[in-house]
Design a protein around this ligand. Sequence first.
Ligand code: UN1
Length: 481
Amino acid sequence: MSAYQNLIAGQWAPSATGRTFENRNPADVDDLVGTFPESSADDVAAAVVAARAAQPAWAAMPAPKRGDVLYRAANLLEARADAVAREMTREEGKTLPEAKGEVGRAINILRYYGGEGARLYGRVIPSERDRVFMHTLRTPLGVIGAITPWNFPIAIPAWKSCPALISGNAVVLKPSELAPLCATRLAEILVEAGLPAGVLNVVHGSGEAGSALVAHEQVRAISFTGSEATGSKVADVCGKRRARVQLEMGGKNPTIVLADADLDEAAGIVLNAAFGSTGQRCTATSRAIVERSVADAFSEKLVTKAKAMKVGPGLEAGIDVGPSINAAHADRVVTEVAAAAGAGAQVLAGGTRLTDGALGRGHFVAPTVLGGVTPTMTIAQEEVFGPVAAVLSADDFEHALAIANDVRFGLSATICTRSLSHALQFAQRIEAGLVMVNLPSAGVEYQVAFGGSKASSLGPREQGPEAIDFYTTLKTVYMKY
Ligand code: UN1
């Protein structure tokens, strides 16, 4: 067991009060991953002071040189990838191959934004006046607050911090208290790679620290990924104090399966998107909307595949589905499944917690398939964030599209079809920020824009070159010569 600390002004230190919280392995509650500082507004304030002090010199460094720091960090993380992946599985529960994939993504993000240091382009714009030269410069905002969730414990801290840092900002990162270790590793690596003291600060803790960060007058922007309820509060506070805000929240992502699709492949796509990462992805598929003529055949294939999945501790070889993040969450998932059954859905697979033998020490839920779900049921409208796929049937493409769009959320959406016409119509008419054709709704790439529509997201996109827009502001320069 280890006692981890906050990173403030280049120093690792406990919280001002000395309070701590524990983090335990969701696959085995007897396994204590570590203790972490339970930070208060005082710790956040100290981190903001450090960030403000460090930011001007960091911004003055040539951007490609800032990029060198990220490149070195990528190499360090690559050298430690296996160890960090194991720690991720211990703190978050996802399977080791999933954790390795995520660490690989963080390495790519570090390199990609390292490269952006040489590409922080402005524009040259023709003036209507004689001998006036106009151009735009990208300038950093100052201090950025990043609040990250537990389900991607290194990739999301990386994809918020890296574009913020390469743009010349300083960052105060508040990782989720449910998976705080990987963010700590990322910070250690950036420090080792030569990031100057105070440019990245990590403040551990829960809502108290998060709220203080969001409310801090000197934090110019907040990038938040997490629940819709918390995101709404973040937006309210940032709106009042005119801070820039970027929110990534829930999804109720559909996979439409048309009758012309390869049903076996479609079932595999839904299986991957619904049960991968234990369904704990905002991009997970939670609704399979299937053309009625093939609904039974599709359900049968999905149920067979779901029942064959091996549930267990993610560090063990051959495991397909790890635990839910904690007991309360696992309980909530089975409660919502039971409510759906009460409302008329059929539980075709799973639906229960798994507690036999060693599984009893963790928070395991069987991969669950619900049949006979109708669009107005709560299970078809609200995010579950667990290994639950609801199968709905639709008359045809138009009906499926209408059902797909009839939810508050609009993050990711998939269609399985051989029809180019339906695929292109889907891309144009689906209310979602991420559109997939014959691919799982989850599993995004770092070099393209990420984000949703409707209640899923607010503000500019994350990832890809567009991520820089959130972390910079334009200066327009007019010069008479
Ligand atoms: C993915 O599907 O690869 O919190 C990423 C989430 C999203 C990231 C999903 N912000 O689940």
